[in-house]
Design a protein. Structure first.
Length: 75
């Protein structure tokens, strides 16, 4: 796991439990995507940063990613 967390973030309005659940789900999904990998390092990256008036959190994994041609509800 690679962490790059900013120390100067502002408070984020929202339901604490729901925000934790979103992050937990992203981390679990990333770990699941890395499980079958044997051709590259398994490294989960979690980064946070301040951008303008927002807090940005990224969870990255070296999995296969989403099919750009898929027409799912999240694309």
């Amino acid at each position: 796991m690679r962490l790059d967390l900013s120390t100067d973030l502002s408070l984020v309005p929202g339901d604490r439990v729901q925000l934790q659940q979103v992050l937990t789900n992203l981390i679990i999904n990333g770990v699941d995507e890395m499980r079958p990998l044997d051709d590259r390092p398994r490294e989960l990256g979690i980064e946070s940063a301040r951008e303008a008036r927002a807090v940005v959190v990224q969870v990255q994994d070296p999995g296969t990613g989403l099919d750009p041609g898929a027409n799912g509800p999240y694309l």
